[in-house]
Design a protein around this ligand. Structure first.
Ligand SMILES: CC(C)(COP(=O)(O)OP(=O)(O)OC[C@H]1O[C@@H](n2cnc3c(N)ncnc32)[C@H](O)[C@@H]1OP(=O)(O)O)[C@@H](O)C(=O)NCCC(=O)NCCSC(=O)C[C@H](O)C(=O)O
Ligand code: MG
Length: 301
């Protein structure tokens, strides 16, 4: 097995908006929003007595015009709940890009869904995303991410859920997320070790633009690929923070040019205006420029 994990192909996941499947107006609106991905939620945003109607809404939505240029993910209820099996049947019928499992505690939770999808001959393009939002999920996050290396695993992305994690642990919401940062970084280490993406948790106070801006900056600095969102007003800020800035692109292009210079041939380390650059920085620079190209190539919603 190789000792290092190659950089991912980099799907854009800067802004991943949760849309309650019960809300037909919000479902319709998702076509016109400039987010990279949409999570159609059948879990906590849908009351128990409305789960069946929410599934019907999704059937109609998926039968309608395609959601252009966005990843489509369906968040189901836990398989052990009374709603989980019918939700999974719906996923098998609608074939979104991914199914999001809530409250994943251990690798077996992911493996169980993977087996059910394989038994149903679901195409391998149908991926699994896992919410890390329980104390056991955080404790086991390395093993959960590692299970993505098992042959045939569909695991693709971990999503942090701080509402549930705060509920389970009693950690209070605080600016800077002081007591949560170690757990968030556990998630980051796990995904980076095994080549997955991680998305930062939702920010509930959607009218607090300043607080959201600060939390996006923090999430990007930690290494998250993007953020799960709850409201359209959060999309532009997330896209800005989790996409490369103009300065980062200029710097990356300078690194690529420096290594393309014949003088750099055969050298692993060069002096760029008083700063050491190694070939590992070239790999990072190429990935960043690739991401910038994906963003420019994306059609506006
Ligand atoms: C939080 C909300 C209930 C607020 O809704 P509302 O009062 O309708 O807000 P606005 O009036 O400001 O809405 C303005 C327009 O935007 C549309 N809208 C709002 N939210 C969405 C959305 N998520 N997707 C698409 N469109 C949306 C409204 O329809 C208005 O449109 P218009 O009529 O044209 O003016 C609401 O935002 C909401 O329900 N958000 C999502 C909630 C959700 O999905 N929850 C589950 C995910 S959170 C989570 O996973 C937590 C995690 O598990 C954890 O443990 O942490
Ligand atoms: Mg949750």
């Amino acid at each position: 097995m190789s000792r290092t994990v190659p950089l991912r192909s980099q799907r854009l996941r800067r802004s991943v908006l949760s849309v309650p499947a019960i809300n037909a107006r919000a479902l319709e609106k998702s076509h016109s929003l400039d987010c990279d991905a949409v999570i159609f939620d059948l879990e906590d945003s849908v009351a128990p007595e409305k789960k069946a109607q929410a599934r019907e809404n999704l059937r109609s939505f998926f039968a309608g015009p395609a959601l252009e240029g966005k990843e489509r993910i369906i968040r189901i209820n836990s398989l052990s709940s009374e709603f989980g099996p019918a939700d999974l049947d719906l996923v098998r019928a609608l074939l979104p890009d991914a199914v999001l499992l809530p409250k994943v505690d251990e690798p077996q939770d992911v493996a169980d869904i993977g087996d059910l999808l394989a038994d149903a001959d679901a195409p391998e393009e149908l991926r699994i995303w896992a919410m890390i939002e329980t104390p056991r999920g955080v404790l086991n996050v390395g093993a959960i991410a590692e299970s993505g290396r098992t042959p045939g695993s569909r695991l693709d992305c971990l999503v942090v859920g701080l509402n549930d994690l705060r509920k389970e642990t009693g950690v209070l919401p605080q600016p800077g997320r002081t007591y949560l940062v170690p757990w968030l970084m556990q998630v980051i280490l796990a995904v980076k070790a095994y080549g997955l993406d991680a998305l930062d948790s939702v920010f509930n106070d959607f009218r607090d633009g300043g607080g959201f801006d600060a939390e996006c900056g923090q999430g990007r600095a930690m290494g998250f690929a993007g953020k799960m969102l709850i409201h359209p007003s959060q999309i532009e800020t997330a896209n800005r923070h989790f996409g490369p800035s103009a300065e980062e692109i200029t710097e990356a292009e300078a690194i690529i040019s420096a290594f393309a210079d014949p003088a750099a041939k055969g050298r692993n380390v060069i002096n760029a205006n008083g700063r050491m650059i190694e070939r590992l920085h070239l790999v990072q620079a190429e990935a960043l420029v690739h991401k910038a190209r994906l963003i420019s190539a994306r059609k506006p919603a």
